[in-house]
Write a protein that binds this ligand. Sequence first.
Ligand SMILES: Cc1cc2nc3c(=O)[nH]c(=O)nc-3n(C[C@H](O)[C@H](O)[C@H](O)COP(=O)(O)OP(=O)(O)OC[C@H]3O[C@@H](n4cnc5c(N)ncnc54)[C@H](O)[C@@H]3O)c2cc1C
Length: 307
Amino acid sequence: MLRAPFLYLSRRRGLQRFVTRQKLTARLAYRFVAGDRLEDAVRVVKEVNARGLTASLDHLGENVTEERAAGAATEDYLAAFERIATERLDANVSVKLTQLGLDISPDLCRALLERILARARQLDNFVRIDMEGSAYTQRTLDLVLALHEKYPNCGVVLQSYLFRTLEDVQRVNALGVRVRLVKGAYDEPPSIAYPKKSDVDACYEKAMRELVLHGVYPAIATHDDRLIEATRAFAREHGISGDRFEFQLLFGIRRDLQERLRKDGYRVRIYVPYGTEWYPYLMRRLAERPANLLFFVRSVLRERRAA
Ligand SMILES: Cc1cc2nc3c(=O)[nH]c(=O)nc-3n(C[C@H](O)[C@H](O)[C@H](O)COP(=O)(O)OP(=O)(O)OC[C@H]3O[C@@H](n4cnc5c(N)ncnc54)[C@H](O)[C@@H]3O)c2cc1C
């Protein structure tokens, strides 16, 4: 019920400056975000790697409106790849196209993405293109599929709340492009997306089956125990070994599940966001689970009473 208000707030950029300056909301954000700087992300990735898990670094930022900001984001990603290489981290990178200027100019976005992909390829690394709201779905797929032949080291994300996703899975599988499957984190109208969670989950399961059976090293990105169990059972039934796919989870969420999957011998990648532009990311995490806010408020009140 509270999903829609949080997603509405995620788009109110006027609030962003106010909220990000508050110490209390910053504390809440750092439950889901590694910290402000690349240094913070590197520290978290080292911890993640030491626990036997891999990572994907996301330098937070989206819907940039200035060419300079898109260029700066590109430099940040190039710096992240250098650190991954010099520190020998087991990590790749996740990028949003609107952070590379898709709203400003598709040509600019493509040129910046190519710079990142070219450097990643030299370093034998991989770039995941995150999927944003439905206004960007087709453009994101078109760009990634166009670049994939030249840069096979890039992959897409498909969202099971969209009606179109099962068809996209077929198309992307046929081209051998790596997919991360998610439920979808944006506010979409019922004309294009399932409003009911049970339908989103059913679509997720169908897409998961197609990907595990016919996809190239798919990433099953969810914290949903039932869908994770369905994936494990499906792979077992079809004799598909655990090294043919990976599970992905978000930093700060369900650490118990991360550990359990690793102990059971599965590959697990943790999505590690960092940077100061955490406002929309935090709002989406609250939309997924509004109780996060309640738990946080309770823990702050407890601390204050104890002080
Ligand atoms: C690695 C990764 C990358 C992603 N990339 C994208 C992307 O590119 N585009 C996109 O649209 N979406 C992306 N998402 C977000 C995704 O679409 C969902 O919004 C998010 O994963 C929550 O859905 P769920 O699959 O965990 O299932 P849900 O049914 O939402 O949750 C299942 C259980 O997981 C736990 N949980 C879920 N969310 C939270 C939370 N915020 N805080 C605490 N516990 C929680 C709860 O225990 C809940 O009962 C990504 C998710 C992951 C894991």
